[in-house]
Design a binder for this molecule. Sequence first.
Ligand code: SF4
Ligand code: SF4
Length: 154
Amino acid sequence: MSVVRDLAAIAKGLSITFRETLEPAPVENYPDGPGPERGAVFEGRFRGAHVLQRDENGLEKCVACYLCAAACPSNCIYIEADENTAEVRISSADRYAKVYNIDYNRCIFCGYCVEACPTDAITHGHGFELASLNATTLVMRKEDMLVQIATAAK
Ligand code: SF4
Ligand code: SF4
């Protein structure tokens, strides 16, 4: 009986292979395709370069709590905190991240930082064109990752 079962399993596997062979191959016209991703197609949960988010008032969501840096297994997040003042308010809490760097030489895109963030300040975007021959360009700074005010969530 086990031989019959094995043959049935092989036949089932081959039928799937044969069916897929006849399906048209999906072609992504990257990098000459339309749209901001230049023809690349992503799954919704694809983990690309990080994005630092703003709240509905345009303030930075990051409150410099360091939880993302503590959760990072690659130790590639560097943060320097500073205090908001009555005159200069950057985030809605007491503190904000004056410096927020991610070293993409070390990041493994595990998403632990995103999971750890209590304010949903750090998220994964779809940016994927990160390759570089110069390792120093792979250290992304807050200014590289922060959502621009004009495109902040409404
Ligand atoms: S995705 Fe993972 S490795 Fe990359 S910064 Fe976040 S926690 Fe660190
Ligand atoms: S990104 Fe989130 S977890 Fe990291 S310091 Fe800012 S608020 Fe805290």
